[in-house]
Design a protein around this ligand. Structure first.
Ligand code: 5AD
Ligand code: SF4
Length: 467
């Protein structure tokens, strides 16, 4: 069902929230320093940049570490069990610290909080957490903090329904050269294994005019690379009548003139011919595409509710390679999905070989309460899944080596980001394919795009010399 217009929070609400931030900043009893601990995907990393924007307006400065901060906030993830356990483990660890520094404030937010019953669980089992909220009310962060300070009571607010989109919140970007732009929130796909639609709500696109304006502003500030974010960017605009399609949005953003445009994540079922054509003819869209396939077997793909087949996926890949011969493809893969037989797993291995990804993220299936797959028969024993994932990682390693060998002697453009962690005479940055490249250079080059001839390859990085 289409909306007639983009759902935005009324501007007065944001003005009101910013007043609260200033009120908070004027309080003598406010925490003075903060530390944000982030788990999970880029969407969460960008949410943390918004939290930092608000924290600075609330009159706090960033602490060197979580141990020394007056206020620590955990922005959590729940995509797999280990992400959740790690977050909760660290929250508990803070409990000890708080014993020695009782004035310290602790907050928990993000996807983990959106799961049913989590608010009550925090109240019951984690008495040292002062403030907790979910993904849908992030914009009310200052208000919840002020309430906790005023009442000296714990504040837990989780809203189940996704709301309207907050625009014009402050944001503190972690890099002056590359920036995230959210283009849409939520996901409608309900892949059988995935918790995201439950914790991030239905798809809501931001207005294209807002997105383009944000890109223009970033260009004026000297940003050289933007990453467009959404759980399924290919369905951008479909929820709003008369809105641009994703391909059209990309075309408009290409005109803005920022040197590099990337986007994630793309759902293979929605990669349109139009999108491939726009990528091929654009001046600034990187020839790199993250295209999660998840599995190589049709029975499993169907059970996962992915709505494409191995064959139709391979057709898309063939078209991409024909129209954009240098395209670098990466993917996500799941092993140990309920009922996965040895032969079905082998189909994933053969697909990986057939496509030739530059790299792949491999995951062991993790049952998530409330998703369809969690209740399926045939859950795979841990030792079988680990053996399968080890095999798959080995295969991908070999393919990465072959792919990287093709880059030898090629000249790549590298956006220089930092001094290499391994060698202070080397600089490190990302090339157009999103691969880390190291080369002998100087710190003055940080923020510049330089031409580097590739001379050798490591397991996940390239090395070269400036030309
Ligand atoms: N178990 C394992 N991996 C998962 N992913 C999503 N849900 C699960 C799950 N329950 C993986 C998918 C997705 C990536 C972000 O995380 O591969 O593309
Ligand atoms: Fe999860 Fe599927 Fe949506 Fe991706 S497309 S966020 S895997 S439900």
């Amino acid at each position: 069902m289409k909306r007639t217009q983009v759902l935005e929070l009324p501007a007065e609400e944001i003005v009101h929230q910013r007043e609260i931030m200033r009120e908070f900043a004027s309080r003598e009893d406010r925490p003075r320093t903060y530390f944000v601990v982030t788990y999970g995907c880029q969407m969460n990393a960008h949410d943390s940049e918004k939290l930092e924007g608000m924290l600075l307006e609330m009159g706090m400065t960033k602490a060197q570490s979580r141990e020394t901060a007056d206020f620590v906030i955990f922005n959590t993830c729940c995509i797999r069990d280990n992400a959740e356990r790690r977050a909760l483990g660290n929250v508990v660890w803070l409990k000890e610290l708080k014993k020695t520094r009782p004035e310290m404030m602790v907050a928990v937010c993000g996807c983990m909080m959106q799961q049913p019953g989590m608010g009550e669980r925090i109240l019951r089992q984690y008495p040292f957490v002062d403030v907790a909220f979910g993904t849908h009310n992030l914009y009310r962060f200052a208000q919840l903090m002020l309430q906790a300070l005023q009442t000296r009571r714990r504040v837990v607010e989780v809203i189940e329904e996704e709301g309207s989109i907050p625009e014009a919140l402050p944001v503190h970007r972690s890099s002056p050269y590359h920036a995230y732009i959210t283009i849409m929130y939520g996901c409608n796909n309900f892949c059988s294994y995935c918790i995201v639609p439950y914790v991030r709500g239905r798809e809501r696109s931001r207005a294209s005019a807002r997105i383009i304006e944000e890109a223009r502003q970033l260009k004026a500030e000297g940003v050289r690379e933007i990453m467009l974010l959404g759980q399924n960017v290919n369905s951008y605009g479909l929820d709003v009548e008369g809105e641009l399609s994703f391909a059209q949005l990309l075309e408009s953003l290409d005109q803005v003139g920022i040197e590099r445009i990337r986007f994630m994540t793309s759902h293979p079922k929605d990669i349109s011919d139009e999108l491939i054509d726009v990528m091929a003819r654009s001046s600034h869209i990187c020839h790199a595409l993250h295209l999660p396939v998840q599995h190589g077997n049709n029975r499993i793909l169907q059970s996962m509710n992915r709505r494409y087949t191995r064959e139709s996926y391979l057709d898309r890949v063939a078209l991409l390679r024909r129209k954009i011969p240098d395209i670098s493809l990466t993917t996500d893969l799941i092993v140990g999905y309920p009922g996965e037989t040895e032969e079905e797993f082998e189909d994933t291995c053969s697909l990986v070989r057939e496509v030739g990804y530059d790299s792949a993220f491999t995951f062991i299936y993790s049952p998530r309460a409330g998703t369809r797959a969690a209740d399926m028969d045939g859950q795979i024993p841990a030792e079988v899944s680990s053996r399968r994932i080890q095999k798959l990682i080995g295969i991908q390693k070999e393919i990465t080596r072959e792919r990287y060998a093709r880059y030898m002697d090629g000249v790549h453009s590298v956006l220089v980001e930092e001094i290499s962690k391994r060698d202070e005479n080397q600089m490190a940055g990302k090339d157009e394919y999103n691969i880390t490249v190291n080369f002998p250079g100087t710190p003055e080059q940080i923020g510049q795009i330089v031409r580097v001839k590739i001379t050798s390859a490591g397991e996940s990085t390239l090395r070269g010399e400036q030309v």
